[in-house]
Design a protein around this ligand. Structure first.
Ligand code: NDP
Length: 305
């Protein structure tokens, strides 16, 4: 078996890897850093514990319409752990019997663990983001004002994490009002909901506090020619900027934030920590996130050079 290959549903149906298999599934998936990072962490674990020598993490490209059938095969073939990425995180929720409270609150799962009664669903994105922000920006969400750009799956995880960490206020700006409204109504039962301030019109940004943490949870920045997700004139140098986009490593938002004098970081740290927590769920071992970080950073460097 080759952990660099992209496997398909047809490969899954005849899967015969004898060891413990883990996988990330999504579409597109070719450029995911997860196999490189997770296999580096497994190799490290196997130095002290022989059991992990036969563990391996693979990648599968699965269409959304095939998700239900694919999950049945992954379960039958006893894949111990799965990471779900675009576009499966929300859809999978309806296919699981057991879901952690935080994943339920977020309305999306990114981590599944095989159990005798079916896959159990978790969401480690909020944890990953909070660690990425703490380590990357040197400050935490607690008692800070936060501005979240976006209202998709990643933004939901960000809002729930900000609520649980008691951010001072949570402003949310999204291109489409419908998606923002849907997100607000699904979060309305959560503790601290009153600290959420939807930004309905651009002019509302003029009332931003003097400092805070701005989090980009839109997909803008993945392409070099994308427009900025925010007019930088609304921020002061006292704001810190966390861009969830991690490839390219220097997004336009990151570059503009630095020019303004803001602390800024892109999303590799988040990716690493959401992955490290997923691996802890599967292995029940403490994971060295730095090993994963180095593996991810080297790959990004090699891609860029
Ligand atoms: P979704 O598809 O669920 O959400 C996408 C969001 O981006 C929506 O709010 C959408 O707004 C907004 N958006 C898309 N195109 C535009 C545009 N042209 N102008 C303005 N807004 C736009 O994606 P996810 O929430 O899953 O992911 C969002 C980003 O976060 C991605 O870049 C992803 O790579 C990153 N991410 C990073 C992780 C990490 O570990 N670093 C983990 C998870 C995600 P609208 O509602 O108007 O369509």
């Amino acid at each position: 078996m080759n952990t660099e290959k992209t496997y398909t549903l047809a490969d899954l149906k005849v899967w015969d890897y004898p060891g413990t298999a883990l996988a990330v599934i999504g579409k597109p998936i070719k450029h995911s850093l997860s196999p490189i990072m997770q296999n580096a962490a497994l190799e490290q674990l196997s130095l002290n514990d022989n059991r992990f020598k036969e563990w391996a993490y693979f990648r599968f490209e699965i269409d959304p319409e095939d998700l239900s059938e694919a999950l049945e095969f992954f379960y039958q073939k006893r894949f111990l752990g799965l990471n779900l990425t675009v576009p499966h995180k929300v859809m999978a929720l309806g296919l699981l019997k057991t879901i952690s409270n935080s994943a339920k609150a977020i309305g999306a799962v990114n981590t599944l663990k095989w159990t005798a009664s079916g896959y159990e669903g978790f969401n480690t994105d909020g944890y990953g983001m909070s660690k990425g922000i703490e380590q990357g920006l040197g400050k935490g969400l607690n008692e800070n004002h936060v501005l979240i750009l976006g209202a998709g799956g990643a933004a939901r995880a960000a809002v729930v994490e900000c609520l649980s960490q008691k951010a001072a206020s949570i402003r949310i700006l999204n291109r489409s009002k419908d998606r923002l409204d849907a997100m607000l109504s699904s979060l309305s039962e959560l503790k601290g909901y009153e600290s959420i301030i939807p930004i309905e019109a651009k002019e509302d940004l003029a009332d931003l506090p003097e400092m805070g943490i701005c989090i980009n949870a839109t997909s803008l920045g993945l392409n070099q020619n994308d427009p900025l997700p925010l007019d930088m004139a609304f921020l002061t140098p006292q704001w810190a900027v966390y861009d969830m986009v991690y490839n390219p490593q220097k997004t336009q938002l990151f570059i503009e934030a630095k020019k303004l004098g803001c602390a800024a970081k892109t999303g590799l740290g988040m990716l690493v920590h959401q992955g490290a927590q997923a691996l802890e769920i599967w292995t029940e071992q403490k994971i060295d996130a730095q090993i994963m970080h180095n593996a991810g950073e080297n790959t990004l460097y090699n891609q860029a050079n």
